[in-house]
Design a protein around this ligand. Structure first.
Ligand SMILES: NC(=O)C1=CN([C@@H]2O[C@H](COP(=O)(O)OP(=O)(O)OC[C@H]3O[C@@H](n4cnc5c(N)ncnc54)[C@H](OP(=O)(O)O)[C@@H]3O)[C@@H](O)[C@H]2O)C=CC1
Ligand SMILES: O=C(CO)[C@H](O)[C@H](O)COP(=O)(O)O
Length: 480
C-alpha cells in the first residue's frame, strides 16, 4: 500500500505527529536515522493506525504516493540540510518536503528558494504544542507556496487542534512565513513565562506565599482574564513536591533557564525590522542572566540589596496579590502587542501579507501560548484595514483593560524596585506603554546630541526641512 505521507525524525515530536496522522486515518511511512526509534514507535503504538516501517530514506520515498509528502522532524539547523541533501535525489518534480521543526526562517527562505529551482515544494511549518499537542492536535503555522497548501492543507488541518470546530491551522504566507510566525509565537511564549516567573517571585519574596499556596492563586487566576495554558500548568508545577526531599520541586530545580534559540532569533529579527519588542527581548536576557551562575554567585557575595533592614516591614497582603495579577495581565498584553507589531513589520520586510486575525485564531488552541484573550485579539483585528488598531493596546477592549490595570502595574513595578526583586518584563512593559503614551520623548535631546557630535541633522516641530546647528561654533541653525 502506498503511504499518504512519510515522517523522518521520530524523536518526541516526530513520533507523536506520525501517530496523530495515523490516528486520523492516514497511512504513514516511518523513518529515523537510527532505526531503533522506528521500532520503538511501532512496538509501543503500531496498532494505533496504518504505518509502514522503512529503514532508509530511499525506502521511505519509494513507499509514498505521488506527489510525495515527506515531513522532516529532526533537530533544527545542519541536520535539516543533511536530510534534505539525501532526500532531493530521490524525489521528483512536484513532490513536497515539509520541515516541521523549529527552523530559523532565513534558512527556510534559503531552502525554499533552492528547492523551488529544482521543481520541489519546500514548506516550512511552525508546530506548537509540545509532545502532547503533536499527538492530540497542535497549532500549525504553514508557510511555503499556496499551491503546496492545496495538497497539504487538508491533512494538516485534520491533525491540528480544534477550537470550537475550527482547525488551528491555516496558510500564513510564502517561504519562511510559517517559521517566522512560530518564532514570534515562541518569543511571546518566553515573555509569557517570564512574567509568570516575576509574579511568582514577587509573591514569594515580598508576600511570603509558598509555592503550594501560589498554586491555588494561579488556579484562581486561571478563572479570570488571565486564563491560559501557561497559567494552568504553572499551578501544577508549583504544587509539585520533590519526592526526595519533601520540598517544593521548584526549589530543587537549578534556577538557570535553557533556551534553544527561537526567543533569541525573535529579538534579533525584531532589531533588524526595527520593532521594539522590549518584553520579549528582556525575557531572553532574563534567561541569559539566570544561566550566568558563577557571576551571580560572586555578585551575590559582593553586594547587598541596599535596603534598610531597620525600616518598618511593608505589608503585602491580598491587595498586593491582586496588584500582581493586574501587572501580569497588562505585561502579557504588551508582549502580545509587541509580537503582533513585529509580524506587521516583518510582513513589510519580507513581502508577506500576514493576517493577524488568522494568526491569532491559530494560537487559540493546541499551542503553548493558547489563552482566552486570543479570542478578543481576533475580534480586535476583525475589521477593515483602515479600522484595525495600529497596536493591540489601542483596541477598545484592551485600552480599557490597561487603564484598569495601570495603577496596580505601577505599584508592583515600584515595589519590585524598592525591595530589590528583579521584574524586568513588568518594568520594561510599563516603560513601553509609557513611551508610546507620552506626548514628548527625550529622543529630541538624542537628536541634538547626534547633531552636535556627528552633524546628523534634525527636524523641527514647527517647520518643514532638515536642520543642523553649529553647536560648538557660533550656534547658528542652518538648513541641513
Ligand atoms: N520538543 C518540543 O516541545 C518541540 C520541538 N519542536 C521542534 O521539533 C524538532 C524536533 O524536536 P524533538 O522531537 O524534540 O527532537 P530533537 O530536536 O531532540 O531531534 C532529535 C531527532 O533529530 C534526529 N537527528 C539529529 N541529527 C540528525 C541528522 N544529522 N540527520 C538525521 N536525523 C538527525 C534524531 O535522530 P536519531 O534518533 O538518529 O538521533 C532524532 O530523530 C526540533 O526542530 C524542535 O525544535 C517544535 C515544537 C515543540
Ligand atoms: O517550540 C517549542 C514550544 O513552542 C519548544 O518547546 C521549544 O523548545 C521552546 O523553546 P525553548 O526550548 O527555547 O524554551
Amino acid at each position: 500500500m502506498s503511504a499518504d505521507i512519510g515522517v523522518t525524525g521520530l524523536a518526541v515530536m516526530g513520533a507523536n505527529l506520525a501517530r496523530n496522522l495515523a490516528r486520523n486515518g492516514y497511512t504513514v511511512s516511518l523513518h529515523n536515522r537510527s532505526v531503533g526509534r522506528t521500532d520503538a514507535l511501532l512496538e509501543a503504538h503500531g496498532d494505533e493506525g496504518s504505518f509502514v516501517r522503512t529503514e532508509t530514506l530511499a525506502e521511505l520515498v519509494e513507499s509514498l504516493q505521488r506527489p510525495r509528502r515527506v515531513l522532516i522532524m529532526v533537530k533544527a539547523g545542519a541536520p535539516v540540510d543533511a536530510v534534505i541533501e539525501d532526500l532531493v535525489p530521490l524525489l521528483d518534480e512536484g513532490d513536497i518536503i515539509i520541515d516541521a521543526g523549529n527552523s530559523f526562517y532565513e534558512e527556510t527562505r534559503r531552502r525554499e528558494e533552492t528547492l523551488r529551482e529544482k521543481g520541489l515544494h519546500f514548506v516550512g511549518v511552525g508546530v506548537s504544542g509540545g509532545e502532547e499537542g503533536a499527538l492530540n492536535g497542535p497549532s500549525i503555522m504553514p508557510g511555503g507556496s499556496r499551491e503546496s497548501y492545496e495538497t497539504l492543507g487538508p491533512m494538516l488541518e485534520k491533525i491540528s487542534a480544534d477550537y470550537h470546530g475550527e482547525p488551528c491551522c491555516a496558510w500564513v504566507g510564502t517561504d519562511g512565513a510559517g517559521h517566522y510566525v512560530k518564532m514570534v509565537h515562541n518569543g511571546i511564549e518566553y515573555a509569557d513565562m517570564q512574567v509568570i516567573g516575576e509574579a511568582y517571585d514577587l509573591m514569594r519574596s515580598l508576600a511570603g506565599i509558598e509555592p503550594a499556596d501560589q498554586a491555588k492563586v494561579f488556579r484562581e487566576w486561571n478563572t479570570t482574564d488571565l486564563a491560559s495554558y501557561l497559567i494552568e500548568i504553572t499551578s501544577e508545577v508549583l504544587e509539585q513536591e520533590d519526592e526526595l526531599t519533601g520540598r517544593p520541586l521548584v526549589d530543587v530545580v537549578v534556577d538557570s533557564a535553557g533556551q534553544k534559540g527561537t526567543g533569541r532569533w525573535t529579538a534579533i529579527s525584531a532589531l533588524e525590522v526595527g520593532s521594539p519588542v522590549t518584553a520579549i527581548a528582556e525575557s531572553v536576557f532574563a534567561r541569559s542572566i539566570s544561566s550566568q551562575q558563577e557571576l551571580r554567585a560572586e555578585t551575590n557575595a559582593a553586594f547587598s540589596s541596599g535596603i534598610d533592614e531597620n525600616a518598618p516591614a511593608a505589608e503585602f497582603g491580598s491587595d498586593f496579590v491582586e496588584d500582581v495579577r493586574k501587572a501580569l495581565y497588562a505585561s502579557k498584553l504588551v508582549a502580545y502587542a509587541q509580537g503582533l507589531d513585529m509580524l506587521v513589520a516583518a510582513g513589510e520586510e519580507y513581502g508577506w501579507d500576514l493576517d493577524l486575525k488568522s494568526i491569532a485564531s491559530l494560537w487559540r488552541a493546541g499551542c503553548i501560548i493558547r489563552a482566552d484573550l486570543l479570542d478578543t485579539i481576533m475580534k480586535a483585528y476583525d475589521a477593515d484595514a483602515d479600522e484595525r488598531p495600529k497596536n493591540l493596546l489601542l483596541a477598545e477592549e484592551f485600552t480599557e483593560a490597561i487603564n484598569e490595570c495601570l495603577p496596580a502595574w505601577r505599584r508592583v513595578v515600584a515595589a519590585a524596585a524598592t525591595h530589590g526583586v528583579p521584574a524586568p518584563v513588568f518594568a520594561s512593559s510599563l516603560a513601553y506603554y509609557d513611551s508610546l503614551r507620552r506626548d514628548r520623548l527625550p529622543a529630541a535631546l538624542t537628536q541634538g546630541l547626534r547633531d552636535y557630535f556627528g552633524a546628523h541633522t534634525y527636524q523641527r516641530v514647527d517647520k518643514e526641512g532638515t536642520f543642523h546647528t553649529q553647536w560648538s561654533g557660533d550656534r547658528t541653525e542652518i538648513d541641513g
